[in-house]
Design a protein around this ligand. Structure first.
Ligand code: FE2
Ligand code: FE2
Length: 401
């Protein structure tokens, strides 16, 4: 059985710390080689000062020069879109059935391994390896590894640290005109200079977060759904201004609300399962509700959205719920009244939305409940709760009519 290391990273740029780690693990674990694999960087993570995929690949090749045990692969760069580590490992295991893989992970990322997409599968496919960084407290790293080992997961933490360098530090030094001697392999330093990489200062990203989100949904949604999402964003913003929610958050939530709507059911289930979200019985039987739950999970865990108000506006945009925040109400309503909508009652609900958000929501909820009943479908309890809440708030509890 061959023993190979896989070391993925953005390598922007590859530096001495990376190189030492690859060589150290190769030597200590007597690997036949280590594959350096620059990763595809999703559009929303591209910084203004980031080197192109071609440059990152070229620098890896230069860093590997003179080290026959190092190879460079463009597997993830040539694949369409972002790859998960588990997919890359699966592909490698299929391509090289007689090889045991060792996954090299930077110390800072190693302690997050359990949160990685399909971590159990990763742990099954490869031995997890890392090396501490000089001058950092290693206690947590060793504890984390011991904890993994206690779960029967094969891992290796080298006892001796490598030079502490970070790609961020290197980019800052270049922008400040400082030398890189000793921080990156010499060939890489020359390449950076010749190509004028990283001269721009960090934090100069010119695209807004919303522009990045729009780029992401454009790749994930059909033209029809993309247009709908943009219309909901506009409408949510307008309603937010009218009814006192945060217009910027409303716009963002509108862009993102249907992010999983065109994703197939299995993939949605996978995302939910990976992040431990269990659907209730009604949701399980209503696949049209899944995209709101999987959307929230995807935004939170994969795109790194942290704004809880936006996340819950996405989560409840289909069912609604009792006690909706103003932002949730606005997004919920905008999904009914956006400019692209053309169902029979749209004019009615649009004019209600000009008078009162509650009236529009009530109409929308009644419309939804009737439609579900007509089609013999279940009604989610959260939707009934919205209806009941509004009727009760009107004071008659529906009893006197
Ligand atoms: Fe939706
Ligand atoms: Fe929608």
């Amino acid at each position: 059985m061959k023993k190979m290391g896989l070391f993925g990273g953005s390598f922007d740029p590859i530096h001495q710390g990376h190189l030492e780690m690859a060589l150290r693990i190769a030597e200590r674990l007597e690997l036949d080689g280590v594959v350096l694999m620059p990763t595809f960087v999703p559009p929303h993570k591209i910084r203004e000062s980031m080197a192109s995929a071609e440059h990152r690949l070229a620098m890896c090749r230069l860093a590997a020069q003179g080290h026959p045990q190092l190879q460079v692969s463009d597997l993830e760069l040539t694949r369409e879109g972002a790859s998960f580590t588990v997919d890359t490992l699966t592909a490698l295991c299929e391509q090289y059935p007689d090889t045991q893989w060792y996954l090299l992970v930077g110390a800072d990322m190693f302690v997050t391994l359990r949160t990685w997409y399909r971590f159990e599968d990763i742990a099954r496919l490869a031995v997890l390896c890392t090396v501490p960084r000089e001058g950092t407290d290693e206690t947590h790293l060793f504890e984390y590894a011991a904890d993994l080992a206690a779960d029967g997961i094969e891992c290796y933490v080298d006892p001796y640290p490598v030079t502490s360098v970070s790609s961020t530090q290197i980019r800052r030094r270049i922008a400040a005109g400082e030398t890189l001697t000793g921080l990156v392999p010499q060939g890489v330093e020359e390449y950076i200079r010749q190509n004028g990489l990283y001269r721009r200062t960090e934090g100069m990203e010119t695209r807004t977060q919303d522009e990045q989100f729009i780029e992401i949904i454009r790749t994930r949604l059909s033209d029809y759904r993309f247009h709908h999402s943009m219309c909901v964003a506009q409408e949510a913003k307008r309603l937010a201004e009218k009814y006192g929610a945060d217009p910027n958050k409303a716009y963002t939530a509108g862009i993102l609300h249907d992010i999983m709507k065109d994703t197939d059911k299995d993939a949605q289930m996978q995302v939910l399962g990976d992040f431990g979200v269990v659907l209730d019985e009604i949701e399980q039987r209503s696949p049209t509700l899944w995209h709101a739950r999987s959307g929230e999970v995807f935004l939170r865990n994969i795109l790194g959205v942290t704004d809880e108000e936006i996340l819950s506006a996405v989560r409840y945009h289909t069912t609604g719920r009792a006690g909706m925040s103003r932002l949730e109400q606005v997004v919920f309503t905008a999904d009914f009244t956006s400019a692209d909508r053309d169902y029979p009652d749209v004019a009615v609900i649009r004019s209600l939305a000009e008078e009162s958000l509650t009236a529009a929501i009530r109409y929308g909820v009644e419309y939804t409940i009737r439609d579900l009943i007509d089609r013999g479908r279940t009604v989610h309890p959260d939707t009934l709760a919205v209806y009941n809440e509004i009727v009760l708030s009107e004071g008659n509890g529906g009893q006197t009519k």
